[in-house]
Every structure is written in C-alpha cells, then in structure tokens.
Ligand binder design. Structure first.
Ligand code: ASP
Ligand code: CP
Length: 307
C-alpha cells in the first residue's frame, strides 16, 4: 500500500497490506467509538461517482471521509448531471478530475471501468464495483470481519454461496483470502452460476484450495463462515433469473437442522436468499460486516491520502 495508489483489484493486496489496513481500521474504530473526532483529512476532497445503485459502499465512503474531517462531493443521480444530455461517464470523470479532488471513488456496470477511470484521472481512483468483475474494498471489509470474529484468517473454511458467476464480491473476496494460509473455499451454487474461468485460474495460480457443491447441506457443518450472495438480476437474462430464482434460500428453519451453524455473512443487499428470521442468530454477522466497512474505508482513505 502506498500514498496515491489506485485500488482497482483485490489482487493488489498482499497479506501485509491487509494486516496493516486492519490495524489502522482498529485504531480508527477506537477513536470513533470513544466519541472522538478526527480532522486529519481537513482540506481534502473526495469525489464519489456511482453510475450504478449503491447504499453501503457510497454512504460508508462518504461517512468515512466525513469522519476523517474531509469533504465529499457526490455526482448525484444521472438525471441531474449532463449525462442526462448524453455526456459519457469518461468525459464526466475527466471534467471533475480537473477540479482537483484528492480521491475518486467510482462504481460502474462495465467490467474494467475502474481501470479505465484510473487512466483518465489524475487523482487516485478506488473501484467501488465494476460490473461482474471486482469489488476490492468489499473484500477488505469481509476479511476484516472474519478477522474480528475469529482473531485470524489463516485456516478459515469459507462457503461462498449463490451467484458466483456474476457476483463481484466473490472474485474479490477469493483473491483477498488467497493471501492466507490453509484457507478452504467451498463454492456453493447451481452449476451454471459457478465462478468464471478467469477467477478460478487466478486461484489456481495462487494455489488456493477450493471445492464445488451444488447444495449447502453437504458442507455446512464443516464451514466457519457461510457467505451468502444475491442473484445479480441486473446482469442476467430475465429467463435465467426466473429459472434460478429460489434455487437456494437460507432461513432460520433451514439452519436449525444443523448441529453447528457457521457465521453467516452477506455483502447485502439481500433479497429473498437470506430471510430476516435469521437475524436473531448470534451467527448473523451481516450488519456488523456492513459497519466494519466504515472503519475499513476510513483506513483505506487515510492510507491513500498519506495522512
Ligand atoms: N452490494 C454488492 C455489490 O455491489 C453485492 C450485491 O449487490 O449483491 O456487488
Ligand atoms: N455491499 C455493497 O456493495 O452494498 P451496496 O451495493 O449497497 O453499496
């Protein structure tokens, strides 16, 4: 990690980068939870440009920068910018970059868009999700959550379930986990939603242990974490979505059948694949996971701005 770097892919993070960011996140969490305020980013400006919907990533980045004492400028919805007149996202970014933001956070439906934005812009660019490709800062907060629950990441057995083909959190989290020793990844999905070849190839290069399962039952009791994901409806053909809808649902009733229930994570938003009755279980960690995103993103902004 270094000042001024772009964050495009979770493959950029080494084990020591992740450990460093976790320790910074923990320090910042202590300050915030004590009610203390920070002004280390005073005079710095972060520009957030979300060309795809977002609640957590957009707002936790904005809260993070504000908590550090910096200022946020947001592009706002498409209809209030000149994109409504047909301007491209590339021209939009080039223009705003010229106003001198210290950092740009961008989400776009096109795989590879964040890398393109980093070439266009002078300011460092953070990928907040580029289509089905990657969501590297989600991977950081996911690993941070695992570390907070287990006190380690080495040796964890993680079941990644749902839409592993179009879900960008899956590729990024697998890449981040590949830095740790003896991690087991269990991909749980219908056959047609298994991870893309390019993702598996990278995991092979990194000698990650993974297995495939079509149903969670066969592996659930062996898992430390069950990471549930939503079908990425916006990236599927409608008939594909209709066919696969309801093909896996995690409910309280379902989980109760098992002697040992793993920690349940989900990047959110959830739709029908994880029912709200699961929320009462002590293993339900997804809202905590979302909260961890605030501290991890504070740590990332601090590091990239060199504060
Ligand atoms: N919020 C996550 C993402 O943007 C997961 C999801 O939308 O299902 O990738
Ligand atoms: N987890 C996540 O990226 O959520 P949003 O899509 O709401 O930002």
């Amino acid at each position: 990690m270094h000042k001024g770097m772009d964050v495009i892919s979770a493959l950029q993070f080494s084990r020591s980068d992740i450990e460093f960011l976790i320790s910074v996140a923990e320090d910042l969490r202590r300050v915030v939870e004590r009610g203390g305020s920070l002004d280390i980013a005073k005079g710095r400006i972060m520009f957030t440009a979300f060309f795809e919907p977002s609640t957590r990533t957009r707002l936790s980045f904005q809260f993070a920068m504000t908590r550090l004492g910096g200022v946020v400028v947001d592009l706002g919805p498409e209809e209030v910018s000149s994109m409504a007149k047909g301007e491209s996202p590339e021209d939009t970014l080039r223009t705003v970059d010229g106003y001198g933001p210290d950092l740009i956070v961008v989400r776009h439906r096109e795989p590879g868009f964040a890398a393109k934005a980093a070439e266009i812009c002078r300011a460092p660019v953070i990928n907040a999700g580029d289509g089905y490709n990657e969501h590297p800062t989600q991977a950081l907060l996911d690993v941070y959550t695992i570390w907070r629950v287990f006190g380690r990441v080495d040796g964890v057995r993680v079941g990644l379930m749902g839409d592993l083909k179009y879900g960008r959190t899956i590729s990024s989290l697998s890449y981040a986990l590949s830095n740790f020793r003896d991690v087991e990844i269990h991909f749980i999905s219908p056959r047609e939603l298994q991870p893309r070849e390019e993702v598996l190839r990278k995991l092979d290069e990194r000698r990650v242990r993974y297995e495939f399962h079509e149903k969670p039952d066969e592996v659930l009791e062996r898992l430390d974490v069950l990471y549930v994901t939503r079908l990425q409806k916006e990236r599927m053909k409608p008939e594909e979505y209709e066919r696969l809808k309801g093909s896996y649902v995690i409910t309280y009733e379902y989980l109760k059948k098992f002697r040992r229930i793993p920690v349940i994570m989900h990047p959110l938003p959830r739709v029908w694949e994880l029912t709200p009755d699961v929320d009462v279980l002590p293993q339900a960690m997804y809202f905590e996971q979302a909260r961890n995103g605030l501290y991890m993103r504070m740590a990332l902004i601090k590091t990239i701005l060199g504060l």
